[in-house]
Design a protein around this ligand. Structure first.
Ligand code: FPP
Length: 244
């Protein structure tokens, strides 16, 4: 019974808002780019730690639809970092049986970046250890809008009726269709908001907010967040033994 209860409490899908790179760098008198560079190291540590912990899905907010409004040089730097990360790490991730998936709007992205995403996804498609979901050019409202449009088109073509549209159907039309909803969302950097991340999917997600800046994130902090999650009483709007 104890084992059953324990395994029920393990987070299968962990989503992270990797915040605080700029402040981490500013504290050290370094340019923001230095914080982003260290952010990639933290990301590598986190992927390894998540795989070791047996987490099934790790979704990372790497670039939001709103991040385009940053200075052009920073946007270019972040795009280059992502490009370099995929190019240099894809073989290692593949060897570790990790599947790469990218969510977000790909329309209007540079063709070379789209190709990189497609190749990484195709190479790792059959891997089963951990799904590493990279949210790039991602916004929750935009994702929901795209799903609603796709469904409206199906109705217009007579393929489905309005009454066929259920929460499950909407969920399956999101970029994350087929993935379980996040059990645990971690945000570093001290802010306590969702910032347009996984709005639909986080209806019953447990949140852990940490003051630490993302470049300092590591296996210990991930384990600490998971330990915090294990203490939560997830009721999904109902009652559990603890609350009845
Ligand atoms: C938030 O810090 C972080 C981002 C906007 C980007 C996250 C990117 C990385 C961790 C590195 C690149 C990613 C990949 C997938 C290779 P911030 O810049 O908003 O920090 P601040 O709030 O302190 O200014």
């Amino acid at each position: 019974m104890a084992t059953e209860l324990q395994s029920r409490c393990e987070p299968h899908h962990v989503a992270i808002i990797m915040d605080g790179n700029g402040r981490w760098a500013a504290m050290r008198g370094q340019p923001r780019s230095a914080g982003h560079r260290q952010g990639v190291e933290a990301l590598r540590r986190t992927v390894r730690a998540a795989a070791e912990l047996g987490i099934g899905v790790l979704t990372l907010y790497s670039f939001s639809t709103e991040n385009w409004s940053r200075p052009a040089a920073e946007v270019r730097f972040l795009l280059d970092l992502l490009r370099r990360f995929i190019r240099t790490d894809v073989a290692e991730l593949h060897k570790s049986n990790i599947r790469i998936m990218v969510i977000g709007d790909r329309d209007g992205l540079e063709p070379s970046l789209r190709k990189l995403f497609e190749e990484a996804e195709a190479l790792t498609r059959e891997n089963s250890a951990l799904k590493l979901v990279i949210a790039f050019n991602y916004g929750g409202r935009q994702e929901i809008t795209r799903a609603v449009r796709a469904l409206a088109q199906k109705v217009a073509r007579g393929e489905i009726l309005p009454a066929d549209i259920t929460p499950d159907v909407i969920g399956n039309h999101l970029d994350t269709g087929g993935l379980p909803e996040p059990d645990l969302l971690i945000r570093t950097g001290g802010e306590q908001r969702l910032s347009n991340y996984l709005l639909w999917q986080c209806a019953y997600t447990e949140f852990v907010f940490m003051p630490d800046y993302w470049p300092d994130f590591d296996a210990d902090r991930l384990r600490q967040a998971v330990a915090d999650y294990r203490m939560r009483d997830r009721r999904f709007g109902g009652l559990t033994a603890q609350s009845a």
